[in-house]
Design a protein around this ligand. Structure first.
Ligand code: SF4
Length: 200
């Protein structure tokens, strides 16, 4: 399986396994500078994403997250034809994945997936993609080169029916993380109180 550089110069990350199914689609080229955020590096874009989260840990609306999920993970797990992005990388942490092209590395804040009680990178209200895929704030439509067979993954997503996009499985938690943390603390306090009373 061919390995692609992640763009951050970190050999340890570049040697990690790339999650890629058999190649049925052409590649959309890396176009860091060709975006609405022209002139801003991917790391700077990520810093903007962090700010967009805000103190209330607000999340992007579900349809955008479904498009981002398709762009990164494809839909083979949901019975579709679209394989994962060739830049998707397995984290050293079991079950987590991160983008190998954005240069932000493998850490909790860069994981693309998470449980509904977690805040994954795909939840950020503002988020850019190194290949400007659908659902990201720097999205740019596929070029005519990508319409030729085999079409690119980007072109495939662009021509999907909305009803198929809405079927995409995502973990969306509409309750802000800060509220969840507060609820968990209350639950923990109640448990401690109950345990104290039963010990008495
Ligand atoms: S953010 Fe873009 S380049 Fe990175 S894994 Fe997702 S679709 Fe691929």
């Amino acid at each position: 399986m061919e390995k692609k550089p992640c763009g951050c110069g970190n050999k340890k990350q570049e040697n990690k396994e790339i999650v890629r199914e058999e190649k049925n689609f052409s590649e959309t080229p890396l176009t860091h500078g060709n975006s609405i955020m022209k002139g801003i590096s991917m790391v700077q874009s990520y810093a903007i994403s962090l700010i967009s989260r805000g103190i209330s840990a607000k999340k992007v609306e579900p349809t955008t997250k479904k498009l981002r999920t398709l762009s990164c993970f494809g839909n083979k797990d949901d019975g579709g034809d679209l394989p994962p992005c060739s830049h998707l990388m397995k984290s050293e942490t079991e079950g987590k994945f991160y983008c190998g092209a954005c240069g932000c590395g493998d850490k909790k804040t860069t994981w693309l997936n998470g449980k509904d009680t977690e805040y994954s990178k795909l939840d950020y209200p503002i988020l850019t993609c190194p290949i400007t895929m659908p659902g990201f704030n720097n999205y740019s439509p596929s070029t005519p080169d990508e319409w030729k067979e085999p079409i690119s993954r980007k072109k495939y997503i662009e021509t999907m029916r909305m009803s198929d996009v809405t079927k995409v499985n995502i973990t969306i938690n509409e309750t802000p993380l800060s509220v969840l943390e507060m609820l968990q603390k209350i639950q923990q306090n109640n448990n401690e109180t109950n345990n104290g009373q039963s010990d008495a």
